[in-house]
Design a protein around this ligand. Structure first.
Ligand code: HMG
Ligand code: MG
Length: 300
C-alpha cells in the first residue's frame, strides 16, 4: 500500500539556494519581486537569503536589504547563517527564523565554511541555545548526508549522529540534504526511515538536488518513509558554489505537479508559480529545465 499523506509542506529555497550559484549579480529589486511572486503563489515557508561572507558568495551581499523589505506575517521567512557573525547580522533585522548549516563530511565543510565539522559544531551549537532563548525558529541544514563531492559515500550512522547533536541542541527542524544529487531512492528511503524513527519530535525535511534527475524519485521514496516536508526551488535553480558538480534543487513546479496528481495538497498555485519563475528567468544564466515549466510557460 502506498504511503501518501493528505498534505505536504513545501519550503521554497529558490531565492537562496536557487540564486547563490548564479555568477552575475541578480538585481536586488528583481529578487524582491521574485520573493513576492512566490509568496503570492502560496508558498508559506521560504529561505529568503543568507548572511554569509559577501567575499565568499557575492550574490548574497544584499541579504540585509532583502530581509528588511521581504518579511511578512504570513510566511515563515528563513535566513541562513553559518557562524556567530552571521547570527549577529540576523539580530540586526526583524527576522525570527534561522537556518544554520553544517556538512557531515569534513572536507566539504572545510571548503564550504572553512572549518572542520567538529569546529563548526563547536561554534554553532551554543548559538542554537541562544536563538531558542530568543524565541527563534531554528532549522539545521545537514549537507552531504548521502555523498560528498570530495570524500564519496557518507555513512548513515554519521548522519544520524550529527542530526542527534542538533536535536539535542533544540532545533525545530532538520533539513537533510543530498547536496550533489547523487542519492538513489533506496538510499533516500533508508536514511529518512531511520531519521523518522530516531527523531520523531522534530520537523524532518528532505532537500534533494536534481543533478542525476532522481529528485522526484527520491522525494517519492521519502514520502514512503513518512516525510511530508520538502525543500524545492522554483525553476529548479540552485547548487552550492563549493560543491562541484551539483545541479539545482528538485524544481518546485515539478514536485508540486507530482504531488497534486497524487491528490496531495500543497497550497501552491502552479499558474502563479510559473509567473514567479518568469520574473527571474531573464536574470539567470542557465536555462530553466523543469518539465512543468517547459510545457506550461508561454513567453511574456
Ligand atoms: P572565513 O574567511 O574563514 O571567515 O569564512 P573569518 O571568520 O576568518 O572572517 C573573514 C572575513 O569575513 C571577516 O571580514 C569577517 O568579518 C567576515 P574582514 O575582516 O576580512 O573584512 N565574515 C562575515 N561577513 C558576513 N557575514 C558573515 C561573516 N563571517 C565572517 N556571516 C565563512 C568563513 C563561514 C564566513 C565563509 O566560509 C562563508 O561565508 N561561507 C558560506 C558558504 C556558503 O554560503 N555556502 C552555500 C550555503 S550552504 C548550501 O548551499 C548547502 C545547503 O543548500 C544544503 C545542501 O544542499 O547541502 C544548505
Ligand atoms: Mg542545497
Amino acid at each position: 500500500m502506498l504511503q501518501l499523506p493528505e498534505k505536504v509542506e513545501i519550503i521554497e529555497v529558490g531565492p537562496r539556494d536557487g540564486l547563490q550559484n548564479e555568477k552575475s549579480f541578480v538585481p536586488t529589486e528583481i529578487k524582491k519581486d521574485f520573493i513576492s511572486a512566490l509568496k503570492s503563489a502560496g508558498l508559506k515557508e521560504m529561505e529568503l537569503t543568507s548572511f554569509v561572507s559577501p567575499k565568499w558568495v557575492p550574490q548574497m551581499g544584499d541579504a540585509a536589504e532583502i530581509v528588511t523589505d521581504c518579511l511578512d506575517g504570513n510566511t515563515r521567512n528563513i535566513v541562513l547563517a553559518p557562524n556567530k557573525k552571521g547570527i549577529e547580522r540576523v539580530y540586526m533585522t526583524d527576522c525570527k527564523a534561522v537556518a544554520v548549516f553544517v556538512g557531515v563530511s569534513n572536507t566539504f565543510n572545510q571548503k564550504n565554511i572553512n572549518k572542520s565539522t567538529a569546529e563548526s559544531l563547536a561554534e554553532v551549537l551554543p548559538l542554537i541555545a541562544e536563538l531558542k532563548a530568543k524565541d527563534f525558529f531554528v532549522r539545521a541544514c545537514i549537507s552531504t548526508a548521502f555523498y560528498c563531492p570530495y570524500e564519496g559515500k557518507v555513512n548513515e550512522d554519521e548522519v544520524l549522529a550529527l542530526c542527534g547533536e542538533f536535536v539535542q541542541a533544540g532545533v525545530d527542524e532538520l533539513s537533510v540534504a543530498d547536496t550533489i544529487g547523487m542519492a538513489a531512492p533506496n538510499e533516500s528511503y533508508s536514511l529518512f526511515s531511520k531519521l523518522k524513527e530516531a527523531y520523531p519530535d522534530v520537523l524532518l525535511t528532505a532537500h534533494f538536488h536534481d543533478t542525476r534527475k532522481l529528485g522526484l524519485s527520491n522525494i517519492f521514496a521519502a514520502l514512503q518513509a513518512g516525510i511530508t516536508r520538502y525543500d524545492t526551488s522554483a525553476g529548479g535553480l540552485g547548487g552550492c558554489p563549493f560543491a562541484p558538480g551539483a545541479a539545482g534543487n528538485a524544481a518546485t513546479e515539478d514536485v508540486v505537479y507530482m504531488l497534486h496528481r497524487m491528490g496531495i495538497d500543497t497550497g501552491v498555485d502552479l499558474d502563479k508559480l510559473i509567473q514567479a519563475i518568469q520574473i527571474i528567468q531573464p536574470h539567470i544564466s542557465r536555462p530553466i529545465e523543469s518539465t512543468y515549466f517547459r510545457l506550461n510557460s508561454v513567453m511574456v
